[in-house]
Design a protein around this ligand. Sequence first.
Ligand code: GLA
Length: 337
Amino acid sequence: MSRVVARGPGRVNLIGEHTDYNGGLALPFAIDRGVTVTAEPLGGEQIEAHAADIGERDEFALAGDDGAAEGWRAFVRGTVAELRAAGHAVRACRLTIEGDLPHGAGLSSSAALEAALCLALLEDPDVDRVELAKLCSRVENEHVGAQTGLLDQLAVLCGQEGHALRIDFRDLSIEPVPLALGEWRLVTLDSGAAHEHAGGGYNERRAECAAACEALGIASLREAASAAGLPSPLDRRVRHVLSENARVDATAEALAAGDLREVGRLLGASHASLRDDYEASVAEVERTVAALEAAGAAGARMVGGGFGGSVLALFPPGATPPDGCVSADPGPAARRL
Ligand code: GLA
């Protein structure tokens, strides 16, 4: 093994939030910002890891993840453990992690890190990307303690430059949708409220969706025809998931028709549903949405797991996004550099 450098991009989900773990639809894309992992071979049986941006280190035996690590260390140890469990050879090495994707901003620094680690550590990186996404998701579910779905990992590992991906989580089929924005611009603005998946509202919403499935006698909310008859708040959670799936296809149609005004309207409708029915917003996110709308956005909505993180907005030609906004352009999938 020689020195390997791998890049995992972050992602923005255009629309289709909290649908992945409900067998639903989403329309994410990989972005330019991301995480870079450099792996340099070492003798022995150890992994040394250095999170360069925050000046922290870790060192552990290849053979052992004792499950006690937290934060970024849990991702590194968990990735090594899952790669080995899946039968991949992992050699002793020194890992250097750096990036330009803020943690907790809802742009999936987690999936960016998992994907970059995998591509840096794999002897042969030419593996099935959907299987790799599942492996990355196990790192998060079983080693980090966040019951997240597959949205982020699929976006980051299967993304296509210039496209969003219509993902159907019922069968994990992926269809690239051209993101032809012309003079329109997609931007993100950090709300300043950091979110954390391992704990808090995210896992609670997942549990509510599971409870709704049980009450309806179905395996996945994709099979639900309506939210009628469910007790509150389960009825509102289901209403969000059903209406959000419909908005994903409406957005893909509006993009195909070049109707960006309609895409903006759908982003706003998604946000209202996430705020009122899914109750996944917080005051900082509401203030950020309002600031973007006041600046002329055609639509703005929270992205990712919610309870903080970034807001995505679509600006028409001629409008000026407020200070702090960063362009969200669809970039390439995770790759070796
Ligand atoms: C987070 C999770 C994803 C998905 C989104 C909400 O980003 O990692 O799996 O559930 O929240 O759409």
